[in-house]
Design a protein around this ligand. Structure first.
Ligand SMILES: *[C@@H]1O[C@H](CO)[C@@H](O)[C@H](O)[C@H]1NC(C)=O
Ligand SMILES: [Cu+2]
Length: 229
């Protein structure tokens, strides 16, 4: 009975309900779609990345799309994304930052190299009968660390759909990168730094996992530990 319900939910969620993160939220307002977020290749399909070795793992950027603008945000302030239409698959939400190297801008840089540090991740609720994550969000946000140096960054939101993750390549990666210019920052550089692709393997325990049966007793988010000021 329990297994049947899980399978029905699985097939329903595969058939629909992919998502994108087109609108940056800062200073308490939701900006226009793709104004401050690099347009992603899945703008229309809303489909996920399933190959974690793809360079799409940086920002999923559509190279033919118009260049986005960069938003001025205060260190320590809340910055987020509007979700189109909502986070509808089970799995973790994470945020990463990458400081734009000198000579480049958030608008003309794609986040290559060992430059990304994780600033937030959520954790599942695990009971004897299920593992679950917050879902249904139409907006997601994070506080920009107050200690990082001022300057331009890419803010990468990532949600991983784990409903089909029981086989390798079944995890669905949904990402986007906002272009931000942090003001009033501090002097502690983000760490540890990882690259995309590179930070994840298809066999990572947080990406290759059957979340339905047997019910997992623990969960390890993929990627590095979370940076703290
Ligand atoms: C970033 O903020 C600094 C400090 O306010 C400013 O001088 C600079 O022009 C800003 N850069 C962009 C791309 O807006
Ligand atoms: Cu989907």
């Amino acid at each position: 009975m329990q297994l049947t319900t899980a399978l029905l939910l699985l097939s329903a969620s595969v058939a629909s309900a992919h998502y994108t993160f087109p609108g940056l939220i800062f200073n308490g307002a939701v900006s226009a779609d793709w104004q401050y977020v690099k347009t992603t290749t899945n703008k229309w399909s809303h489909g996920p990345i399933t190959d974690v070795t793809s360079s799409d793992m940086r920002c999923y950027k559509d190279p033919a799309a118009p260049i986005a603008s960069t938003a001025n945000v205060a260190a320590g302030s809340s910055v987020g994304f509007r979700v189109d239409t909502s986070i509808s698959h089970p799995g973790p939400l994470m945020f990463y930052l990458a400081k734009v190297p000198s000579g480049r801008t958030a608008a003309n840089w794609d986040g290559d190299g060992a430059v990304w540090f994780k600033i937030w991740e959520n954790r599942p609720t695990i009971t004897a009968s299920s593992i679950s994550w917050p879902s249904g969000q139409t907006q997601v946000s994070v506080n920009i660390p107050s200690c990082i140096p001022s300057g331009e960054y890419l803010l990468r939101v990532e949600h991983i759909g784990l409903h089909g993750a029981g086989s390798a390549g079944g995890a669905q990666i949904y990402i986007a990168c906002g272009q931000i210019n942090v003001t009033g920052g501090g002097s502690k550089a983000g760490s540890p730094l990882v690259s995309f692709p590179g930070a994840y393997k298809a066999s990572d325990p947080g990406l290759l996992i059957n979340i339905y049966w047997p019910v997992p007793t623990s969960y390890t988010n993929p990627g590095p530990s979370v940076f703290t000021c």
